[in-house]
Ligand binder design. Structure first.
Ligand code: ADP
Ligand code: MG
Length: 413
């Protein structure tokens, strides 16, 4: 094992090895008691930081930078499948959507900066691409830029290393609408963040409109400078939540409009009900179902969909359904499914309902909101507290614990 010390480039690596190996060795021992080998290794992040810091300080690339081969910067392409017409607006995204519309299309918007955050596959890119495409249709070319933070970074490095910094800054600091996706890419890249901050400030000071998207809230972006986080928080911040079942179904239907396939309603409903929340996976699933059906010259049925879904990596839990759970709980408790869905609150019925909710949380990918809406529009907080109190009762009541454990085994959990 060796202690690795990051350095920005080969030149500095050689220099450190030659002149400072002994000093670093001693410092490592002093700081953390390390007595083993010390190695210097080139870290690309440090290289980028160094370039960016030099450029910010002098506004021109260093001679060493000019030696770096320039990377070609591909222009961002519009994805026609991600137009605004195909974006389903629902409770999970309506705040972010309304805020983005405000920033892009209001004459005098209430705010001109928006930070959208949410997990993978929840529609951040679709929303930004959609806004951008609509802006491009409505405004003169070049007034709106959509790009990813990664492409923006590549463009910056390219500009730095090919003496085109002026043009780069002119482009990004004067555009009317700047939409940057996957901002979390800037993590750990201090020099790049510095340039980004200047871009942000230049746009903001002239009231230009900025929309950023990231996989996490600004506060949760680690290794991003405080200055930048403050800027991200200074505008509107909106979250994308996971779509509920009804929204997933609407999204699937919208997607199907663009294909030549027709999936029967019950298959669509089944997929929306039992698939994971990630819509990207749902799309893959459609392709698979259609391919299998045409290979086997078989009709597209719920059974086929179930078979395809059982092959997914998270299979087992994805195919245990709330209905399966209700069926087993009903067998075990004698409370019928319709009683569970009724307003009855007798001890037996409530207990059966709570067992169902508890097992649904444990054995399916359903969110509390999904489970709540399955049980006639119960609030997600009520589902959460039902599950909590069930957990507590299981610790106190051995008979109940045995029954729930048997149910779990039966359902394959
Ligand atoms: P993210 O960028 O948040 O990871 P994407 O925007 O790439 O997610 O969305 C993943 C897939 O889900 C895409 O095919 C996208 O079209 C689809 N999608 C997500 N949300 C919606 C929505 N509200 N309406 C229509 N399609 C959606
Ligand atoms: Mg994305």
């Amino acid at each position: 094992m060796a202690l690795k010390v990051g350095v920005p480039n080969l030149f500095i690596k050689g220099w450190m090895e030659e002149k400072f190996a002994q000093a670093v060795q001693e410092a490592a021992q002093k700081a953390c008691g390390w007595k083993g080998e010390v190695l210097f290794s080139v870290a690309s992040d440090l290289f980028q930081d160094m370039r960016a810091e030099e450029a910010v300080a002098r506004s021109e690339p260093s001679p060493a930078a000019a030696e770096t081969p320039a990377t070609r910067v591909e222009p961002q392409e519009a994805n026609p499948r991600m137009c605004l017409d195909d974006f389903v607006v629902a409770q999970c995204n309506q705040l972010a959507y309304a805020a983005a519309m405000e920033v892009c299309f209001q004459f005098e918007p209430a705010f001109n900066r928006l930070f959208i955050h949410g997990g993978v596959g929840l529609g951040k890119t679709h929303m930004l691409q959609g806004m951008w495409q609509k802006l491009r249709d409505q405004t003169c070319d070049g007034q709106a830029i959509y790009t990813t933070a990664e492409k923006w970074t590549n463009h910056y490095i390219y500009a730095l290393t090919s003496n085109r910094l002026e043009g780069f800054r002119q482009k990004y600091r004067t555009v009317k609408y700047l939409l940057i996706d996957d901002v979390h890419f800037l993590k750990n890249k201090q020099g790049i963040q510095e340039e980004f901050l200047h871009t942000f400030d230049a746009l903001d000071s002239s009231n230009k409109r900025i929309i950023l998207a990231s996989d996490s809230h600004p506060h949760d972006l680690e290794h991003v400078t405080k200055n930048l986080i403050t800027r991200f928080l200074s505008g509107m911040v909106a979250k994308l939540d996971a779509p509920d079942e009804a929204t997933r179904e609407r999204i699937l239907r919208t997607k199907m409009r663009r294909t030549r396939y027709r999936l029967p309603d019950d298959v669509l409903a089944y997929m929306a009900e039992y698939a994971d929340v990630n819509i990207r996976e749902l799309e893959g699933l459609v392709t698979k179902i259609v391919a299998l059906a045409s290979l086997n010259r078989a009709p597209i049925t719920v059974d086929l969909a179930r078979e395809c879904m059982a092959d997914l990596s998270h299979t087992r839990s994805a195919v245990v359904t709330i209905k399966d759970i209700e069926h087993e709980v009903s067998e075990a408790t004698g409370v019928t499914r319709s009683e569970m869905h009724s307003k009855r609150r007798t001890r037996l019925v409530s207990r059966a309902r709570h067992i169902c909710m508890y097992l649904s949380r444990q054995l399916t990918h359903k969110s509390c909101r999904d489970i709540g809406s399955h049980f006639g529009g119960m609030k997600h907080s009520s589902v959460l507290s039902a599950c909590k109190s069930m957990q507590e009762r299981l610790e106190e009541d051995a008979d109940l614990a045995r029954m729930v454990s048997r149910l779990k085994d039966k359902l394959g959990g």
